[in-house]
Design a protein. Structure first.
Length: 247
């Protein structure tokens, strides 16, 4: 059994998630830009105001994303229940013969499987990501206890060299989901993109140093592993959703 090409349940959920993440990231960035830090040579994550705002945004994001995928799964389930299960195969053959250009590339069962994969990653693994971020924040806080008595350059190097661990789990999960999606729809480009993302993240983690820019009179440190993660979590998922719509 197939659904109409006009029904974009999976990609609508992915787009909604990307927009939620994008808005959350924008709000967090604005807050960080205007919060006055106690020590300029310490990262924003050690500021209590930034921590409270970031945690609040994370909770709201998880609630909204959960609502999006629950709604999408119920919509998918409702469509599947329109036809008895024993008639799925026969109906699929009829749809392929009578309307081959009007049906989706994947059966409703395969699309439902992909929806569950992406839902688990964008909700479940995202929760794990936030917990890992909290543990990393504790590590940085303990590391910073000696920063005022030692070279700040040493602290920056350690912070940059370990920051990728904070995002590795979620990035790995998203890359796996991209590859699995490529397997489902038999798309070589998605498989290559997944492997390319692994290489890019490894290079950024291992080779690229932190860069600084001055914005509104404030010096901001750019950690490239963080840039890659937030770009993939927002713009990347959005591009993938549009790509899957077209496919």
């Amino acid at each position: 059994m197939y659904i109409s090409k006009k029904n974009h349940i999976l990609t609508d959920a992915m787009l909604a998630t990307a927009l939620i993440n994008l808005v959350g990231a924008a709000i967090a960035a604005i807050i960080r830009l205007f919060v006055k830090r106690a020590y300029e040579n310490l990262p924003d994550m050690l500021d209590s105001t930034v921590v409270v705002v970031s945690n609040s945004i994370a909770v709201v994001k998880m609630i909204l994303v959960s609502a999006v995928f629950i709604y999408s799964y119920r919509k998918m389930h409702k469509l599947r229940n329109l036809i008895p299960k024993e008639e799925y195969t026969e109906l699929a053959k009829m749809q392929e013969e009578l309307n081959p250009n009007g049906i989706s590339s994947l059966s409703i069962y395969s699309t439902s499987q992909l929806l569950q994969v992406w839902g688990f990653i964008l909700i479940g693994v995202s929760f794990l990501q936030e917990m890992g971020g909290a543990m990393y924040q504790r590590f940085v806080a303990m590391l910073s206890l000696s920063v005022l008595e030692s070279s700040s350059d040493d602290f920056v190097n350690i912070y940059n060299g370990t920051h990728g661990f904070k995002y590795m789990g979620m990035i790995t999960a998203i890359i796996i989901a991209i590859f699995v999606t490529g397997v489902f729809i038999r798309d070589r480009k998605l498989k290559i993109a997944a492997m390319a993302l692994i290489l890019i993240f490894i290079l950024a983690f291992a080779l690229l140093q932190m860069h600084t820019i001055t914005l509104a009179g404030r010096t901001i440190g750019i950690v490239w592993t963080s840039v890659i993660y937030h770009t993939l979590d927002t713009i990347g998922i959005m591009i993938l959703a549009f790509y899957l719509r077209d496919k």
